[in-house]
Ligand binder design. Structure first.
Ligand code: S3P
Length: 171
């Protein structure tokens, strides 16, 4: 079984996928980490030296490479992965176990404001402009995120609770 977690930056995809992987005995693959290993650069360096279009092209190619292995695993996507290169259609050719971790704007701001430096899309946005930027960004991305089979609200929930919710939906 291939399970995919998607959602905006800081929605908890990585931590939820790690615990879910332990619970289900499945390996976990973080698409950003995979891209960094393959490209031998951090995501930030890729954005800085090659630009976003290059990143999106590679993101799509590596996602396809991973899905084509058809290995049972949990894949944690990057925040923008569902929104480019027809990636949601590609994903649904391989699995219907897709979960959108939906986090509110205030909660996202809380989580990202101290770690903007490692997030190229928001590193140059002033703290006071984050609500408007993230609000607009989520609005644009919503149509893609909503293509996930399941939607899980994450605010005020622990990683354990989120994993339980996902497991219940898988049964
Ligand atoms: C991005 C989110 C990041 C990473 C890249 C672009 C986005 O992943 O893929 O910086 O477009 O939202 P995380 O959601 O894991 O931070």
């Amino acid at each position: 079984m291939t399970i995919l977690l998607l959602g905006y930056m800081a929605s908890g995809k990585s931590s939820v996928s790690k615990l879910l992987g332990k619970e289900l005995g499945l390996s976990v693959l973080d698409l950003d980490d995979y891209i960094e290993r393959k490209e031998e650069k951090t995501i930030r360096e890729i954005f800085e030296t090659k630009g976003e279009i290059y990143f999106r092209t590679k993101e799509h190619a590596y996602l396809k490479e991973i899905l084509e292995t058809k290995e049972a695993m949990i894949i944690s996507l990057g925040g923008g992965t569902p929104c480019y290169a027809n990636n949601m259609n590609l994903i649904h050719e391989y699995t219907k176990h897709t979960f959108y971790l939906q986090t509110s704007i205030p909660e996202i701001i809380n989580r990202v404001k101290d770690e903007k430096a490692k997030r190229p899309l928001i590193s140059a946005i002033a703290d006071e402009d984050l609500p408007e930027f993230i609000g607009k960004h989520l609005f644009e991305r919503n149509a893609f995120y909503q293509q996930a089979t399941h939607r899980i609200l994450t605010d005020k929930k622990s990683v354990e609770e989120l994993v339980q919710e996902i497991e219940a939906l898988l049964n």
